[in-house]
Design a protein around this ligand. Structure first.
Ligand SMILES: Cc1cc2nc3c(=O)[nH]c(=O)nc-3n(C[C@H](O)[C@H](O)[C@H](O)COP(=O)(O)OP(=O)(O)OC[C@H]3O[C@@H](n4cnc5c(N)ncnc54)[C@H](O)[C@@H]3O)c2cc1C
Ligand code: SF4
Length: 521
């Protein structure tokens, strides 16, 4: 959003709650990651406090990152488009709601997002929706185990294809080719796209974007006309400061964007900013996920590539989704116990231990399932005033359940994955525990009806003319695909709209963000 506005001459001030991570520190970060630490952990841990409830509480720890680059510092990099059907669940299957925009509306912006992030992949997905441009980078080659999966899938009539990802299969945009070093949650080379490397430097180079780090927005203030007039923020010294601007964009992730709105109460908005519908924080979604694994007689060479290279979208589209969700299958390149775990559980020592590790390691194959979740107003982000964050504000409370719609899809997916592993002749086939992707979706949904949604199709808040809410919080439904490429496409589209609004208003783009920061405290 900042880059797209800045390159159109709009002055942008970004208030980022976390620090700026120096890319030269990545070697040290990898060492910490390999020791089991999360180097992206928020320095002020109390900022990430939250509470949970529900039958399947959603685990937020490690599910987002604060810092310049946001959660893309930590993400895996899988960069899928949503399918055209994902935008039309109500029309096609009579459930949930349609998006107010179609796949065709978003398609040109998907193409631009793929160029911007550098997505590698091939046109080999038989279920893909039409595209206007090829992906900018060639697909990563299939791994040894992908080829095994391919044979089994073919005999079962299941299509397997490359997994699109924002990772350099060849050098791209000044960043090097991926070295398959397998620490992608902390990429030491910059081959994996992360916003601090791919968009921020370009935005700052325009001279129109400045980034204030360690600056947490505490609330947004409105003026007598009901427009946002200032963002009140604080640094670790807890002193309140303000930034005034013509237009405000909140892009703090689905949980924190909802919380910031709920914290921003005023006479005009007693239930939270932009919340006349009462829907801010509602319809929280993620992707329930399960791994199905099995043991092979022969070595299958996992862990040679740290990321997955093949998937199947066959069960994500082109099926009746009225009663059970879509799901996709990710064919894992890293399954089963690693040598340290085999050693630690062996009870052996010396040569016997060495022999056991050599024999046991590398015999497991796995398939990860990601399942679509239906929007449910009861799944929500609200404020929990019993617990306070570093600045004394109520923390977010996540209430979350997985319903029968998702459970039916997971059961079907486990059967499909199990049949692939059985066809491969594996033994000890088992399903892991239910987990959840680090994808937070819903909470400020998009729509044309101000009573039934929070933002309009351009991501402008229905209730507040100079407020835009950008991110996966605006998704109407979750699809089974990961959200980030769609977030990027929607951000580019919203920025284009906003820049044109500014061009046609009395205000020159360069005036659109004032530099007034007043220390209050
Ligand atoms: C481990 C992991 C793996 C993932 N893998 C994938 C994947 O393979 N594919 C995929 O599509 N997605 C994946 N994701 C999700 C992906 O990272 C997010 O969808 C994406 O980064 C969201 O982008 P965003 O800019 O909307 O929010 P974020 O990236 O979360 O950025 C929000 C920013 O807002 C800042 N902020 C929050 N509150 C405030 C405040 N009050 N004041 C100032 N700043 C604030 C935060 O510090 C943060 O930098 C993964 C996430 C994780 C954690
Ligand atoms: S495997 Fe590639 S993307 Fe992953 S950490 Fe290594 S260089 Fe980066």
């Amino acid at each position: 959003m900042a880059l797209e506005l800045a390159r159109r001459g709009v002055q942008v001030t970004v208030l980022e709650s976390g620090p700026r991570h120096d890319p030269r520190q990545r070697g040290e970060y990898v060492r910490r990651y390999l020791r089991g630490e999360n180097p992206w952990r928020t320095p002020l841990a109390e900022l990430d406090r939250h509470t949970v409830s529900g039958t399947t509480p959603y685990p937020l720890e490690g599910g987002r990152a604060r810092g310049v680059g946001g959660s893309t510092l930590h993400w895996e990099g899988y960069a899928l488009r949503l399918h055209a059907d994902d935008f039309r669940l109500r029309s096609l299957h009579g459930i949930a709601d349609d998006w107010p925009i179609s796949y065709q509306d978003l398609e040109p912006y998907y193409a631009r997002a793929e160029q911007a992030l550098g997505v590698a992949g091939a046109a080999d997905d038989p279920w893909a929706s039409p595209r206007s441009m090829r992906l900018p980078l060639p697909a990563f080659p299939f791994s040894y185990s992908d080829r095994l999966f391919g044979r089994a899938c073919r005999s079962l009539g299941i299509a397997i294809h490359s997994l699109p990802q924002a990772r350099n299969s060849v050098a791209y945009s000044g960043r090097p080719q991926c070295r398959a070093c397998s620490t992608c949650h902390v990429c030491p080379t910059g081959a994996k796209a992360s916003i601090d490397l791919t968009q921020v430097p370009e935005a700052e180079a325009t001279g129109n974007a400045r980034i204030l780090t360690d600056a947490t927005v505490l609330r947004l203030e409105v003026d007598h006309s009901g427009a946002v007039s200032a963002a009140v923020y604080a640094r670790p010294d807890r002193v309140e400061r303000r930034v005034t601007a013509r237009v405000f964009v909140v892009a703090a992730g689905a949980v924190e964007t909802a919380r910031l709105l709920l914290l921003s109460v005023s006479r005009d908005f007693p239930d939270g900013l932009a919340n006349r519908s009462g829907l801010v924080g509602r319809f929280f979604m993620s992707h329930p996920s399960i791994d199905v694994t099995g043991r092979a007689r022969e070595k299958v060479h996992p862990y040679r590539i740290g990321f997955s290279t093949a998937m199947s979208q066959q069960f994500a589209v082109d099926r009746n989704r009225a009663t059970r969700g879509a799901f996709f299958l990710e064919f894992l390149n890293s399954a089963g116990p690693k040598p340290d775990r085999i050693a630690a559980t062996s009870g052996l020592w010396g040569d016997a231990l060495r022999q056991r590790v050599r024999e046991e390691f590398g015999r497991w194959l796995g398939i990860r399932i990601y399942c679509e979740q239906l929007p449910d107003p009861a799944n929500s982000v609200s404020l929990d005033a019993r617990v306070r964050d570093y600045f004394g504000n109520p923390v977010p409370h996540l209430h979350y359940n997985v319903g029968s719609y998702e459970q039916r899809a997971l059961d079907e997916a486990k059967t499909v994955a199990g049949s692939i592993l059985t066809t491969l002749g594996l033994s000890e086939i088992r399903s892991g525990n239910l987990t959840f992707a680090a994808h937070q979706i819903g909470t400020h949904r998009m729509g044309t009806d101000p009573h039934a949604s929070v933002v309009d199709p351009d991501l402008r808040a229905h209730d507040v003319p100079n407020l835009y809410l950008v991110g996966s919080g605006c998704f109407v439904t979750a699809s089974s695909s990961p959200p980030t490429l769609t977030i990027a496409a929607l951000a580019i589209r919203a920025a284009e709209h906003l820049a044109s609004q500014l061009r046609h208003s009395a205000v020159r783009p360069s005036d659109s963000c004032s530099d007034a920061a007043t220390q209050l405290g």
